[in-house]
Design a binder for this molecule. Sequence first.
Ligand SMILES: *Cc1c(COP(=O)(O)O)cnc(C)c1O
Length: 220
Amino acid sequence: MLVTQNLNNFTKLIPQQVKLVAVSKTKPISDIQEAYDTGQRNFGENRIQEMVNKYEVLPKDIEWHMIGHLQRNKVKYMAHFVSLIHGVDSFKTLKEIDKQAKKHNRIINCLLQARIAKEETKFGLSFNEIENIIASEELRELKNIKIIGLMGMASFTDDTNQIKNEFNGLNTFFQKLKTQNAELKTLSIGMSGDYKIAIENGSNMIRVGSAIFGARNYIA
Ligand SMILES: *Cc1c(COP(=O)(O)O)cnc(C)c1O
């Protein structure tokens, strides 16, 4: 019941053009099923094995989003079903996704992860690296992936002004890239604590976990 209530409240709060990815990492199948029964179809996980386990037992019209840092050697386990991979932060990883997608005769949509947070622990590419990947000749050879946008995570801070600046900087860069590349459509920014700021700064895909499913018991 709680998941249903949270989800209903949540979907009322967000504009229609913003896609909600319900982040179900660490949460049981029963919670995902409840969200599904409420109408939610997009779910995000940060561990490939956990996502595969959930995929196997849940309805097949769910769109699964891989939002975590990718281990290249595990891409093969999700290549037959993953809907969007958010956290791509190297050309090598793109190549591996392409290779695995090809085996299943699919084109896998990807987002490049931009590094916008101040903390050094955050993964991601600089704006310059993103421009280089998108402009590269090698990218044209990868027929089984499609880069459809960018993903970012703001600094873990209470300073809303800093979060706003980080999202705004990414959005400005994204808008510029878009004018050169019509395939770029998705800007995945915003989580439970900062989705409002993200939407004000151009987000059209938010990844929300705890505001829907409640706090996680352990760090994932
Ligand atoms: C866990 C996670 C989220 C969701 O976080 P909440 O604060 O629970 O909404 C979003 N994006 C990524 C990349 C995550 O790992």
